[in-house]
Design a binder for this molecule. Structure first.
Ligand code: G4P
Length: 531
């Protein structure tokens, strides 16, 4: 069946799953992909115990298992929808990358472990979503195990995260006594079959709550507790208000068990009905409606060496408006150059499929040979710009140098490519060459990732010498002022990738002091450079 462009775009849903490690994100992703027939065996996605390994092992595992920090977008079709799941890196130090990934999502699914409740990483990622103002749907997982009281959990979500929670369905018992979930709107009870961890086949009779067979299956005690809970929710709970959901003020809450695939279809069906499609984007040419037929998109992620078999670099593009066609010419706003996007790819695990077309709401990966940068805009028309990608100032600095001088070329290439991915900020010390750049990162862990990737992908061993600086400020090209900064023992003057002067400083207090004392204007971001 041929759909019109409008129908295609309206069928798109792009979302990210956010959670604390171990809450079940991989399991849930895997189940969702199974609905679309995207993978054949649930066991395809393995090695989940990532957080129990050292960083390097963990990265190796991520690489092997396919669905990972390296596979940024997965697409599947289900009930007439085209669903794009964006993978947010699980580790806390990747907040920069996560933020950028979330700019490509129209909504988020917050996954919570019923026993653990709202955890540290959930809070961080939630804050990022909140800043973007996207709707957040909550899935409370692992109901097949004992956990916190659901009423308390709702309360925890509200108190800790400051968002109102509205239960779409409600669990009947949990752990050993888990009997199923009750849908608040339809009154339908889905019964859970204990002991069957992979599929919920052979489940006891599901049906409306009034059905005597359903009631006797649940048992008197749990039935009574359900009635009390529902009364409490109806009377004292929040109201369902779609507009407030859309503004990220209310989160619809669902319960289930990803591992048993229980409650997942209920969640998915509801989510697809409620979650917004591609949102309009603010640009320098006004609000752009996704249905606008002209293609526009932006790069939100760049990844080199996606896997050992394809040693190349992929730029991930979120399509914002219109339709993308294989081989089409677009204008790269920053360089004003024409680009032919010849091989758009849909990426799933290690396999790649060449796409013939894609629409607003989709994520595509294109080969990049060094032209694209994060935040770059591609459009049919010249001069289009979207709101700038948020800039995260590095807070950790180190001088990174090669151990073996013969590897100089590979080292420079590696540093350059990782910089282009947005993983590191590279500065050049005025007195030292490119062999020992000053690297700035947001989170300390990124140094470990840098070291690992340089060794693994470029065959280069490096030495990392940490510097005491905590902030960077950009300074105007004023010889006199730069001399003052160079002479100061409290700062280090460096050049960024675009040859802008910047200064590394010990802390905010010293930065303010120097700025005032010598009347130097400190900028928190590099001055905008257009080629
Ligand atoms: P993550 O990506 O969020 O880190 O979590 P992941 O899916 O890897 O799940 C973490 C652990 O939680 C896994 O157990 C997984 O099987 C388990 N899990 C996920 N969903 C559920 C659920 O609904 N119920 C129960 N009981 N467990 C669930 P593991 O022992 O670490 O790994 P594995 O040996 O099962 O692969």
């Amino acid at each position: 069946m041929n759909l019109t462009m409008e129908e295609e775009i309206r069928s798109r849903k792009a979302f990210a799953i956010i959670s604390h490690p171990d809450a079940g994100k991989t399991t849930l992703t895997e189940k969702l992909l199974l609905f679309g027939g995207a993978i054949h065996l649930a066991g395809n996605v393995k090695a989940r115990k990532t957080q129990r390994y050292a960083t390097s092992d963990w990265m190796e595992l991520e690489r092997q298992r396919g669905i990972s920090i390296t596979s940024s977008a997965m697409q599947f079709n289900y009930k007439g929808y085209v669903i794009n799941i964006l993978d947010t890196p699980g580790h806390q130090d990747f907040s920069e990358d996560t933020y950028r990934t979330l700019t490509a999502a129209d909504s988020a699914v917050m996954l919570i472990d019923v026993a653990k409740g709202v955890e540290a990483q959930t809070i961080k990622l939630f804050e990022v979503c909140k800043k973007r103002g996207i709707p957040i749907f909550t899935f409370i997982n692992k109901l097949d195990r004992e956990g916190k009281n659901p009423i308390d959990l709702m309360d925890e979500v509200e108190k800790v995260l400051g968002i109102e929670a509205y239960a779409m369905n409600w669990p009947i018992g949990m752990g050993g006594t888990f009997k199923g979930i009750y849908d608040r709107q339809s009154g339908f009870v889905d019964r859970y079959a204990a002991g069957n961890r992979t599929e919920n086949s052979g489940a006891p009779q599901s049906g409306l709550i009034g059905d005597p067979e359903v009631q006797s299956g649940i048992g008197e005690e749990l039935l009574q507790r359900l009635q009390e809970d529902i009364e409490l929710l109806d009377m004292a709970g929040n109201q369902f208000d779609m507009e407030r959901v859309n503004r990220g003020e209310v989160t619809p809450v669902f319960f289930g068990s990803a591992l048993s695939n229980f409650g997942v279809p209920n969640f998915l069906d509801s989510f697809l009905k409620l979650a917004p499609g591609p949102a309009a984007r603010t640009s320098n040419q006004g609000e752009l409606d996704p249905l606008n037929p002209e293609f526009t998109g932006f790069v939100f992620k760049i990844q080199a060496n996606m896997n050992a078999m394809h040693r190349d670099r992929i730029a991930f593009i979120r399509i914002c408006t219109g339709r993308y066609e294989r081989g089409m010419n677009v204008i790269h706003t920053r360089s004003r150059r024409k680009l032919r996007l010849a091989q758009p790819q849909q990426l799933f695990a290690q396999e790649r499929t060449i796409l013939d077309e894609a629409y607003a709401g989709d994520i595509i990966g294109v080969h990049d040979n060094g032209i694209l940068r994060i935040g770059d805009v591609l459009a049919e028309k010249d001069g289009l710009e979207f709101e700038a990608m948020p800039f995260f100032s590095p807070e950790n600095f180190a001088r990174v140098s090669i151990k073996n001088a013969l590897k100089r070329k590979q080292f420079i290439k590696g540093i350059q490519e990782l910089q282009e991915e947005g993983a590191i900020h590279v500065f050049r010390d005025l007195h030292i060459g490119v062999e020992a750049p000053v690297i700035g990162v947001v989170g300390q862990l990124q140094f470990e990732v840098l070291e690992y990737r340089l060794r693994d992908e470029y065959g280069v061993d490096v030495e990392i010498n940490h510097l005491p600086y905590e902030i960077v400020r950009w300074v105007p090209k004023d010889e006199e002022k730069i001399k003052i900064l160079k002479d100061s023992s409290m700062s280090l003057v460096v050049l960024d990738q675009d040859e802008n002067y910047a200064v590394l400083l010990l802390d905010k207090w010293k930065a303010n002091w120097m700025s005032e004392r010598y009347s130097i204007e400190f900028l928190e971001q590099p001055p905008l450079l257009r080629e």
